[in-house]
Design a protein around this ligand. Structure first.
Ligand code: IDC
Length: 467
């Protein structure tokens, strides 16, 4: 544990430095860019990462039934899933794409689609891949054929899963992928083309909103701005080009380097051109894991204060990066052990953060257990009550402000005639649906969705209270 503490203390200093810089420049305001649906309405996405169980599954598919999705919807009214897929399953042999695997993925996509969900496919990896040790003791994502350790060690005795990233063999595997070694220029090309295969399979599927190009990129021996503006940007450019060669419309979600940025440090990710006709569809999708909680502290007392400061820096730095990218924001991961003191407060704080920034979010994760919405026996954890909040699923205009309480919701937007605004109202605060301050509302009791037709121009403020 000592080594991890030391690493994170250094990182805390770096976060503090980043925060000071951010504070002196003044906080940027939410930009005008939003992820939109096929009608052009701004989407506020709420959902889960589904699922961690994918990582260890021989078929690389999640343990999740249609009934599980129904329950999730009934309990929390989610409209979004960050769905884990893996390079090793897409391209099991170099240049060979497993269409049967993608057909299986399409089954889950259909289940979600039939229930009105938007799906983002997340090419997940942690620690490069499961071939970093002979027994698959850690890591997921990359295929064995793309794993080159050069005989360097990967010690399995680690204080946390994250510290595997510092093992020489893992660093070498990434260095070969990013072609830092100059020995494997083909690997990034394979990755980009694997994405092309995925996009070609899902380009006409209306449930698939888009593609999260790489989970938590790690630079190996090249870190920070040199990584994000160098090899990571090169991979993103190549992958965007491959995806756009088959799918002009899917949203492309870009993650920053995870280490540091997850804790609130600034990202150096540069602007990317989107070679499609019409407005760009490139979004910024960072993760948020405040350092005190990463260290195992609870969201209480001093740690709460530090965590709140971290969230402030994260917000300012993410808004600055999104401005530079001219991209909407999606919080791709946040999560914690829901059985710990203060955990539900943290979820409430992140929901408020998302409301203030107009961004969607995916909680890590949908798996049963203490972090998830349901425990191993299927009983709800405190996450269900904390995450079941009223929210506008789709907005007929450009969002200006969103504020929710247990029994009220205020949504302000500049109407643009893209369609009615749809609002999810949880049973707890709104047993009989909602009453709206202006516009014409219809209540779908089964879906718990209030559809509101408003003026189609000008600034609209909707206040929703229990009916
Ligand atoms: C974690 C899983 C854990 C697994 C580990 C490594 O919860 O069971 O051992 O991955 O595969 C992330 C990653 C996400 C992590 C999650 C929680 O993107 O894969 O899942 N996390 O630790 N980044 C920060 C946190």
């Amino acid at each position: 544990m000592k080594r991890a503490r030391w690493i994170v203390s250094l990182a805390a200093l770096a976060v503090l430095a980043g925060g000071v810089v951010a504070a002196t420049r003044g906080a940027p305001e939410p930009g005008g860019r939003f992820i939109t649906d096929e009608q052009g309405r701004a989407l506020i996405l709420r959902g889960f990462n589904t699922a961690g169980s994918t990582k260890g599954a021989p078929d690389t598919l999640p343990e999740l039934t249609e009934a599980d999705i129904d329950r999730e919807y009934r309990d929390m009214g989610t409209n979004f899933v960050r769905f884990l897929i893996m390079w090793r399953a897409v391209e099991p042999q170099p240049g060979t794409y497993d269409m049967k695997y993608l057909d299986k993925v399409a089954e889950w996509v259909r289940w979600y689609g039939e229930r009105g969900y938007h799906v983002m496919l997340d090419m997940h990896q942690d620690l490069w891949g499961n071939a970093i040790t002979p027994t698959g003791a850690a890591g997921n994502g990359a295929p064995a054929w793309a794993t080159h350790l050069d005989g360097l060690p990967v010690d399995t005795d680690q204080p946390t899963w994250e510290t595997f990233y510092l093992e020489p063999g893992v660093i070498r595997a990434f260095d070969h992928f990013w072609n830092t070694t100059g020995e494997h220029p083909e690997l990034m090309d394979h990755y980009a083309k694997a994405w092309k295969a995925v996009a070609a399979r899902f380009k006409d599927d209306p449930a698939v909103l888009g593609y999260d190009l790489m989970n938590e990129p790690w630079g190996g021996s090249v870190q920070g701005p040199r990584f994000e503006t160098g090899p990571l940007a090169a991979l993103y450019r190549a992958t965007i080009a491959e995806i756009r060669s088959v799918d002009p419309d899917g949203w492309i979600f870009l993650e920053p380097q995870a280490v540091g940025v997850n804790w609130g440090l600034p990202s150096a990710l540069p602007y990317f051109d989107d070679p499609r006709n019409g407005p760009p569809r490139i979004a910024f999708a960072p993760h948020l894991y405040p350092l005190p909680l990463d260290l195992g502290d609870d969201y209480t007392a001093d740690s709460k204060e530090w965590t709140d400061r971290t969230i402030g820096w994260w917000r300012d730095n993410v808004l600055r990066t999104a401005d530079r990218l001219d991209a909407p924001i999606l919080l791709g991961e946040f999560g914690l052990d829901m059985t710990r003191p203060g955990a539900a407060d943290l979820v409430g704080q992140v929901v408020r953060l998302g409301e203030g920034m107009g961004t969607g979010m995916a909680y890590w994760s949908r798996d049963p257990g203490s972090w998830g919405p349901y425990d191993e026996k299927g009983a709800a954890t405190p996450l269900v009550a904390a995450y079941a909040r009223p929210y506008p699923r789709a907005i007929g205009g450009v969002p200006v402000d969103i504020r929710s309480e247990a029994r009220s919701l205020t949504v302000t937007f500049d109407a643009n005639g893209t369609g009615p605004t749809e609002i999810y109202l949880p049973a707890a605060g709104f047993p009989d649906g909602g009453r709206v301050s202006e516009g014409e509302a219809t209540w779908d009791a089964a879906r718990r969705v209030l559809t509101v037709r408003t003026r189609t121009s000008g600034r609209v403020t909707l206040t929703i209270t229990p009916a």
